[in-house]
Design a protein around this ligand. Structure first.
Ligand code: ATP
Ligand code: MG
Length: 429
C-alpha cells in the first residue's frame, strides 16, 4: 500500500477524551473513530488488525474442532422469553420493535439462538459432540462504555457453544476450549492467565476468565510462573496439571495461604479477554433441546459457552505492546509487516530503490506500507513509530546511491545497513 493513496488519518495531538494508552494510540494512529458512545468506526489500519486477530481466533477454533456458522445480530424476543432471560437481562439489552410491533433485540449473546438451531436439527447422541461458533457483532448497553474498544457498546465477539450427551462429554469440551484459548492468545504474543471465575448472569458452575498480562490492566493477578512455559504444541496437553496451576485475583490471593513457592509466584495486572462457562442444561431444559441417548431415552443436552472479545483484544494487545513513541505490534497481528520511509521522493535513486523493495516484498506475500508522501522526514518517522510496524526501512540519498537501505526492528530498535537482497532475506526469515 502506498501511503499517498491510503486513508490513515493520524492525529498530532493526544485526544482529550482518552483515559488509557490503547485508546489514545488507536485514535492517534487513525485506527478507530467514535460514532457514538461505545460505538466505533473501524478505519483501514484498525480494521486490518481486527481482521488479523479475528483470523487467528478462527483458525484456533477450527483446529479445536469447532464449526463456524453465522447467526444474525437481530433476534426475536420470543426465544428469550422461552429461556426466561428476557426480563432477567435488564437494561444492557437493546430492545427494538419492528413495523409489526414485534419485540426484537440486538443480540448481547447467542445461547438461545444456537439452542434453537440445535433443537431443530439434532435428535440423537450420535450427532454429538458438537461445537458451533460464530464471530459476530454484539450490542450491550453498558452503563459506562469506556476505554475505547475495551468496553464498547457494540463490539465483536467470538462465541462458541458446545453440546454433549453427558457431564463427562461437556467437561472434555470445556477442557478442549481451555487449551484452544491458551493457544489463541499465545499466537498473538500474549501470555494469558486462566482464572476461576464466578459464573455471573449466564449461570452454571464451571467457569474460567482469561486475563492477558499488561502493566495497565484493570485487575491485579497472582499466578504460577509455570503458565509462561506450558507446552501447548503437544497433542495431549496435561489438563490436570494446567488446571491445578495457581492463579488468583487480588481479592482472592492470600500471601499466607498461597501454595506457590515465592520464587515461582508472579504478580501482574490483567485484562479479561475471554470467558468460558459450563452451564449444563440451563437452556436445553426450558427450550426442550433434547437428544435420544444410547438407550433411547430423551435427555436435555449438556452445554457450555465460550467467548473471546475480538475487538477488546485489539486494545488489550496495544496495552501489552507499546512504548513512549507508539504501538509495537507483535508480528502475528501487525497491520503491515514492513513500513518503508522514502526520505526523498524527488530523488530518482531513492524512489527507484523504494519501489524495487516494495515490489519485491509484495511479490513475496509481505504486507508493506510505503510512505511516498511529500512530507518532512520528522513527520514520516513519527507516523511510522506511532503505527508500530515490526520492520521499518529508511531510504535516503546517500545510501541509495550505493544501493543500501537502513532496516530497523521496531521492538528493540536493532538497526542494520543492508543491500536489498539481505534486507528482504532478513524480513522474510
Ligand atoms: P465484563 O465482565 O468485562 O463485562 P462479561 O463477563 O460481560 O465481561 P462475557 O459475556 O463473558 O463478558 O463476554 C465474553 C468476552 O467478550 C469477554 O471476556 C470480553 O473479552 C468481551 N466483552 C464483554 N463485554 C464487552 C464490551 N462491552 N466491550 C468489548 N468487549 C467485551
Ligand atoms: Mg459484561
Amino acid at each position: 500500500m502506498r501511503l499517498s493513496r491510503y486513508f490513515l488519518p493520524v492525529l498530532k495531538e493526544d485526544p482529550a477524551e482518552a483515559e488509557i494508552i490503547s485508546h489514545r494510540l488507536m485514535l492517534r494512529a487513525g485506527m478507530i473513530q467514535q460514532l457514538s458512545a461505545g460505538i466505533y468506526n473501524w478505519l483501514p489500519l484498525g480494521w486490518a488488525v481486527l481482521r488479523k486477530v479475528e483470523q487467528i481466533v478462527r483458525e484456533e477454533m477450527d483446529r479445536s474442532g469447532a464449526i463456524e456458522i453465522l447467526m444474525p445480530t437481530i433476534q426475536p424476543a420470543d426465544l428469550w422469553i422461552e429461556s426466561g432471560r428476557y426480563n432477567a437481562y435488564g437494561p444492557e439489552m437493546l430492545r427494538i420493535r419492528d413495523r409489526h410491533e414485534r419485540a426484537m433485540l440486538y443480540g448481547p449473546t447467542n445461547e438461545e439462538n444456537v439452542t434453537d438451531i440445535f433443537r431443530r436439527h439434532v435428535q440423537s447422541y450420535r450427532q454429538l459432540p458438537l461445537n458451533l461458533y460464530h464471530i459476530q457483532w454484539k450490542f450491550r448497553d453498558e452503563v459506562r462504555p469506556r476505554f475505547g474498544v475495551m468496553r464498547g457498546r457494540e463490539f465483536l465477539m467470538k462465541d462458541a457453544y458446545s453440546f454433549d450427551l453427558d457431564y463427562e462429554g461437556a467437561r472434555r469440551a470445556y477442557d478442549n476450549m481451555f487449551v484452544a484459548y491458551l493457544r489463541t492468545f499465545r499466537r498473538m504474543g500474549l501470555t494469558a492467565i486462566p482464572m476461576q471465575a464466578e459464573s455471573g448472569p449466564i449461570g452454571g458452575n464451571m467457569s474460567h476468565e482469561f486475563q492477558i498480562l499488561a502493566s495497565t490492566g484493570e485487575s491485579a493477578v497472582y499466578y504460577d510462573a509455570a503458565f509462561e512455559d506450558i507446552d501447548l504444541a503437544a497433542d495431549e496437553v496435561d489438563m490436570e496439571r494446567l488446571k491445578s496451576l495457581y492463579a488468583a485475583a487480588d481479592e482472592k490471593h492470600d500471601p499466607d495461604a498461597c501454595p506457590v513457592p515465592a520464587e515461582r509466584l508472579r504478580a501482574g495486572r490483567g485484562i479479561e479477554v475471554g470467558h468460558i462457562f459450563y452451564f449444563g442444561t440451563k437452556y436445553s431444559e426450558p427450550m426442550r433441546a433434547t437428544v435420544a441417548g444410547p438407550d433411547g431415552e430423551s435427555v436435555p443436552v449438556e452445554m457450555g459457552s465460550y467467548g473471546i472479545g475480538v475487538s477488546r483484544l485489539v486494545g488489550a494487545l496495544i496495552e501489552a505492546n507499546h512504548d513512549a513513541r507508539g504501538i509495537v505490534w507483535p508480528d502475528a497481528v501487525a497491520p503491515f509487516r514492513v513500513g518503508i520511509v522514502n526520505l526523498r521522493h524527488d530523488e530518482p535513486a531513492c524512489t527507484r530503490l523504494a519501489d524495487d523493495l516494495y515490489g519485491r516484498l509484495r511479490r513475496a506475500g509481505v504486507d508493506v506500507l510505503l510512505d511516498d508522501r511529500d512530507e518532512r522526514a520528522g513527520a514520516k518517522f513519527a507516523t511510522m513509530e506511532l503505527i508500530g510496524l515490526p520492520w521499518q526501512v529508511t531510504i535516503g540519498p546517500r545510501g541509495a546511491r550505493a544501493g543500501m537501505i537502513e532496516l530497523k526492528r521496531r521492538r528493540d530498535g536493532d538497526m542494520a545497513e543492508l543491500g536489498l537482497d539481505a534486507a528482504v532475506e532478513r524480513i522474510l526469515a
